[in-house]
Design a protein around this ligand. Structure first.
Ligand SMILES: *Cc1c(COP(=O)(O)O)cnc(C)c1O
Length: 398
């Protein structure tokens, strides 16, 4: 064989040609399968696998070993039959939502959800003849009232971004099940599978931005859908196959590395957030703290019932003095970083009305209690006293 040919062969082909397989190590950390295509055993299995892509690996746009490992891990953690990894949280959300909806359908969704999820429903899907009603899903009866004969999807985010509104998944699932043909999707990004399992409470699919707590270090953009196998298979084929929001092998590997410490990160972040929320609640320059762990939170009891003993690391805060006060605080924090995103090991602060939720009209924002003087804080795993001292000195400058 010419060196020109030898240079191209992978280990599997070497095995086929020479009958000896080079030593493979039993790796402690999974390898990254950085390949776009997979060598198939023979003609018949190639034909079969191309038509049953959930049963093996064919081409990276249908899935690969690295995303498969992440999917199995997530399905296990969410008590699901199956999972599908995608290139971002929005990749997961749009794939899951499109797998349910057709022209003429109606969606009921929470009045407070992640900004780009709102844009998907309000600005993209309306182009394709999908109508919607936004309701305060923290009162489950509002979902019942909004359901129309053509409602096929109820979409809830809990805890919601950015105001930490809590919706009762079990109650909403009961309402959805009482009507035929309604799928309930829950965005559980803020809780992660460590703090909440929406499928156990009756949801049909749970979606996560794995960019956040699952990865935990701000190093990869990723998303995941978990649910019954028939629903996940449909998300993969034809929706992921056609829209192509596929998770790369390296990103899948980074998310899995991050997930190893999810439990300890979540414990630390919940404990820190509780301390910071209690401190801010008493601060004279703060109007209101939105944190589901506080007894003052209107849905504290529901959060206690459906979350596993912790309330997460996210909070929003109304600062007295509006936008000018916000500018002073955000320009002067030193431990917290002025950055969007969330769920990282280090603390971040952002201004929701002008950053993550700028696409809503001022009226829509105010109706959703996203006020101009509001900052969203993602609490990290630093020492809580350092976070508090940092906020103290920045608030003193107002
Ligand atoms: C960030 C976020 C998303 C979007 O995730 P990406 O990975 O940025 O696409 C969706 N839902 C919630 C609640 C989020 O915080």
């Amino acid at each position: 064989m010419s060196i020109k040919t030898d240079l191209l062969h992978t280990e599997q082909v070497h095995q086929k040609l020479w009958g000896s397989y080079p030593h493979t190590a039993a790796t402690h950390v999974s390898p990254i399968y950085q390949t776009t295509t997979f060598i198939l055993d023979d003609f018949d299995s190639a034909v079969y696998l191309n038509q049953h892509v959930d049963e093996g690996f064919v081409y990276s746009r249908f899935g690969g070993p690295s995303s498969d490992e992440l999917e199995r891990k997530m399905a296990h953690l969410e008590h699901a039959e199956a999972a599908l990894a995608l290139a971002s949280g929005l990749g997961a959300i749009s794939t899951a939502v499109l797998s349910v909806l057709k022209a003429g359908d109606h969606v009921v969704f929470s009045d407070v959800i992640y900004g780009c999820s709102f844009t998907l429903f309000a600005k993209v899907l309306t182009k394709f003849g999908v109508t919607y009603t936004r309701v305060d899903t923290s009162k489950a009866e509002n979902v019942e009232k909004a359901i129309q004969p053509n409602t096929t999807l109820v979409y809830v985010e809990t805890p919601a971004n950015p105001t930490l509104k809590i919706s009762d998944i079990e109650e909403i699932a009961k309402i959805c099940k009482a009507h035929e043909g309604i799928t309930l999707i829950v965005d559980s990004t803020f809780a992660s599978p460590y703090l909440q399992n929406p499928l156990d409470l009756g949801a049909d699919m749970v979606v996560h931005s794995a960019t956040k707590y699952l990865c935990g270090h701000g190093t990869a953009t990723a998303g995941i859908i978990c649910g019954r196998k028939e629903l996940i298979d449909r998300c993969r084929m034809p929706y992921m196959q056609c829209f192509g929001a596929v998770l790369g092998p390296f990103e899948a590997w980074l998310v899995m590395q991050g997930m190893k410490t999810l439990a300890v990160r979540m414990e630390a972040t919940c404990a820190n957030a509780m301390k910071v929320a209690k401190y801010l609640e008493k601060h004279p320059k703060i109007d209101r703290v939105y944190y589901p762990g506080l007894e003052s939170h209107p849905s504290h009891e529901i959060a206690k019932k459906q979350m596993h003993g912790g309330f997460g690391g996210m909070m929003s805060v109304d600062i007295k003095g509006g936008m000018d006060a916000v500018r002073t605080v955000m320009n002067n924090v030193k431990v917290l970083s002025l950055a969007t995103s969330l769920g990282n090991v280090d603390s971040l602060i952002q201004h929701s009305p002008s950053m993550s939720h700028f696409d809503m009209s001022p009226e829509e924002r105010h109706a959703a209690e996203i006020f101009d003087g509001q900052v969203r804080i993602s609490i990290g795993i630093e020492d809580a006293d350092d976070i508090i001292a940092d906020l103290e000195q920045a608030l003193a400058l107002i």
